[in-house]
Design a protein around this ligand. Structure first.
Ligand code: GAL
Length: 434
């Protein structure tokens, strides 16, 4: 059991900034007069199906989703699960499609949204319902850390049920490849400069030093370099306006990002995250930076920590937990609100959170899960989440609105495909901040 997880004050500032922006927009989505839950009855009478929209299609992601589906089948045998998953890591294809559906008044019954700025976008657009009454009905009010609930709340109303907590700043590595390159597989690296020496060694051994995939994984890598080089406070300052995107410390981080990209596989833009991780598994790459859904993927392949893979925080980010959380919503106009209600009950339940997270690589958002059911990696993440400084992930919706993330992604892609130089890249990143 673990109950003492706390967010560092650092995320509170980002949160406050996000909420202030939403409050200023004058539209918090509360104009809907329809009750999201339809009936005041406790039962799910009339619930026949639920279309669940996610991007969880890879091995570990699908196994996590299957965990939720089996709890749904147990608790609500009359509710048919309709899988609305759209492939593409980090919602790279799903999010645009979802937005088209929402704008065409064709929402799924429930969809995946990241806690923080991304969810705030849906709330501000009036696309998701206030589900505060479900928290009371399902007894969820005290189930989650208060600071996490704050990320799901606007003006006292709560808009989604959190499924998990993921960590983004993790390096996954192949110990055999490191050993062959003359490196200690148990080594960790205190800075980007220290890591470059190790990357040189892997490159000299004839393998790809650092595997990466398409644009979103490059943005993911970039965010971890910003944390490493700027430190937690200045990284958070990028999102609350107190760190200048045009400053020399950001230039230094972008130079390190450019150096890192020089160690990567050239076919990267045609790959998604499981492919880049697989290069490490197959021994054709030494290192990969990815969120800990990679742990679920490695587990789905029955690989063994220590012999098949090792992991450590991105160099220079030990003691910092780059945080994100998946959550599920009740869209305005959901065709089967009772089915969605059943799904949200499952997502918030102890059984649902356990079955889902054990396979997904993440840790439960609930504070009352049985830690012993989780892997060694997950137990380390639970301990780190309790003691580390928590910062919000850019790529996974916690730190910045979708429009800013899209502008950063465009600038990153342009830079890494040779369409801009570093100075232009930095100018475009600063412009994305508005
Ligand atoms: C993240 C999501 C994770 C995982 C990952 C890769 O955005 O929060 O749950 O699925 O994308 O697809």
């Amino acid at each position: 059991m673990y109950t003492s997880r706390k967010y560092a004050g650092v995320i509170a500032g980002v949160l406050a900034a996000g909420l202030a922006l939403t409050a200023c927009s004058g539209d918090d989505g509360s104009s809907s007069t329809e009750s999201p839950t339809g009936t005041t009855s406790d039962s799910m009478d009339g619930a026949t199906e639920v279309e669940v929209f996610t991007w969880w299609t890879s091995g570990g992601e699908k196994a996590g989703l299957d965990g939720l589906v089996s709890v749904l089948a147990e608790k609500y045998p009359d509710v048919e699960f309709i899988n609305g998953a759209v492939a593409g890591g980090a919602g790279s294809a799903a999010k645009d499609l979802l937005q088209s559906r929402l704008q065409a008044n064709d929402p799924p019954d429930t969809f995946q949204a990241h806690a923080g700025a991304e969810l705030d976008d849906y709330i501000a657009a009036g696309q998701v319902e206030d589900i505060s009454d479900l928290y009371t009905e399902f007894g969820l009010t005290d189930a989650f850390p208060a600071d996490l609930l704050d990320l799901l709340t606007v003006d006292g109303a709560i808009y989604s049920v959190p499924a998990n907590i993921h960590r983004a700043n993790v390096v996954w590595a192949n110990p055999t490849v490191l050993d062959a390159a003359g490196l200690d597989p148990a080594a960790t690296y205190a800075s980007m400069d220290d890591w470059f020496a190790a990357l040189d060694a892997v490159e000299a051994s004839g393998q790809t030093a650092l595997s990466v995939a398409t644009t979103w994984t490059q943005v993911h890598l970039l965010e971890t370099v910003l944390i490493s080089d700027l430190g937690a406070d200045a990284y958070v300052g990028l999102w609350d306006g107190t760190t200048d995107w045009t400053g020399s410390d950001v230039t230094g981080a972008l130079e390190d990002f450019e150096t890192l990209m020089g160690y990567t596989n050239t076919d990267r833009d045609g790959l998604d995250w499981p492919d880049a991780l697989q290069m490490v598994v197959d021994g054709t790459a030494g290192f990969n930076v990815m969120g800990d859904w990679a742990a679920g993927e490695l587990d789905a392949q029955s690989l063994t920590e220590g012999t098949d893979y090792v992991y450590f925080p991105v160099p220079g980010t030990a003691g910092v937990f780059d945080f994100l959380a998946d959550s599920f919503t009740m869209p305005v106009g959901a065709p089967h609100p009772e089915g969605a209600k059943a799904w949200l009950d499952v997502v918030g339940s102890l059984e649902g959170q356990t079955d889902f997270n054990v396979a997904k690589g993440s840790i439960p958002a609930r504070t009352d899960a049985d830690e012993s059911l989780f892997t060694a990696y997950q137990q380390s993440a639970i301990a780190d989440f309790a003691s580390d400084t928590i910062v919000p992930s850019l790529m996974h919706g916690a730190a910045a609105p979708i429009a800013q993330l899209n502008a950063i992604s465009d600038a990153t892609s342009k830079f890494t495909t040779g369409g801009s130089d570093l100075a232009t890249f930095q100018t475009e990143l600063a412009a994305a901040a508005g």
